[in-house]
Ligand binder design. Structure first.
Ligand SMILES: NC(=O)C1=CN([C@@H]2O[C@H](COP(=O)(O)OP(=O)(O)OC[C@H]3O[C@@H](n4cnc5c(N)ncnc54)[C@H](O)[C@@H]3O)[C@@H](O)[C@H]2O)C=CC1
Ligand SMILES: CC(=O)C(C)=O
Length: 252
């Protein structure tokens, strides 16, 4: 018996990084998973490795409402319904200050990280409202809780906004038995972290900023996603789940 037997989940950004691990872990717990991502090559690979009857890849651009409609349709055709949405796709961009960030990059990060979650919730909510059940998990960041020196202003703004959108949706749909929570990871070793920081910076951050003196492995976040997606979290909604190895206890 898995914690998610009989449930159907869409995981955005599921082709690599944390999303890949969330997809694998949700499937391990019995969910049928729809891996939504721009990256078809890795998405198809992950779906194939999970196994044809339990996972499908669906090409998704989270910034495009039409793309969302197609993915919702594909999920229903493949598995009949949608119970869980993990809004995980994100873009970090280089570390810059307020005066340095290119306006186009600022808008792109907001579009993917913040607007993508808005479009995603709007796409799946009608199905969840109809069945009077659902769990939505929006991936924010420790950078959505307080300033973080390893990111840029667009990333910070988008990750704060995700927590606001989460609380709005949690309140609005609580009486429809739809739970909406935010997860705020700290430093997690994924392609995003490796694209933003050099090996030396990763070592330096580990030693000087992280109380556990290490980045987390993506699976350590997946465990929290499984809990929030499952019926074990039946009274948990509108919350921020910080998964940061105690980093937020210090202000640096
Ligand atoms: N790695 C870290 O230390 C932390 C990451 N996060 C958040 O966790 C989430 C996952 O991060 P990582 O796995 O590190 O990132 P990643 O860069 O390793 O993977 C992101 C995935 O999202 C996909 N994606 C990007 N834009 C997309 C779009 N428009 N439509 C569909 N898919 C798109 C990419 O193709 C990729 O598969 C992100 O929201 C990120 O902001 C939060 C805190 C810390
Ligand atoms: C990339 C990211 O979200 C952090 C906090 O490092």
């Amino acid at each position: 018996m898995g914690l998610l037997d009989g449930k159907v989940a869409i995981i955005t950004g599921g082709a690599k990084g944390m999303g890949e691990f969330h997809s694998r872990k949700l499937a391990e717990e019995g969910a049928k998973v729809v891996i939504g991502d721009l990256d078809a090559e890795n998405g198809e690979r992950v779906a194939k490795e999970i196994g044809g009857d339990q996972a499908v890849f669906a090409e998704l651009d989270v910034t495009d409402p039409d793309s969302w409609e197609r993915v919702v349709q594909e999920a229903k055709e493949a598995f009949g319904t949608i119970d869980i949405l993990v809004n995980n796709a994100g873009l970090a961009g280089a570390i810059t200050g307020l005066l340095d960030i290119e306006e186009d990059l600022y808008k792109k990060i907001i579009d993917i990280n913040q607007n993508g979650i808005f479009y995603g919730m709007r796409a799946v909510l009608p199905t969840m409202i109809e069945k009077n059940e659902g769990s939505i998990i929006n991936i924010s960041s420790l950078a959505g809780l307080r300033h973080d020196i390893t990111v840029n202003p667009a990333y910070t703004a988008s990750k704060f906004a995700i927590r606001g959108l989460t609380k709005q949706a949690a309140y609005e749909f609580a009486d429809k038995n739809i739970r909406v929570n935010a997860v705020l990871p700290g430093a997690i070793l994924t392609p995003m972290a490796e694209a933003t920081l050099t090996k030396e910076q990763i070592d330096d951050v580990s030693q000087n900023l992280l109380p556990m003196q290490r980045f987390a492995q993506p699976e350590e976040v997946s465990e929290v996603i499984v809990f929030l997606a499952s019926d074990k979290a039946s009274y948990v909604s509108g919350s921020d789940y910080v998964v940061d190895g105690a980093r937020a206890t210090i202000n640096k």
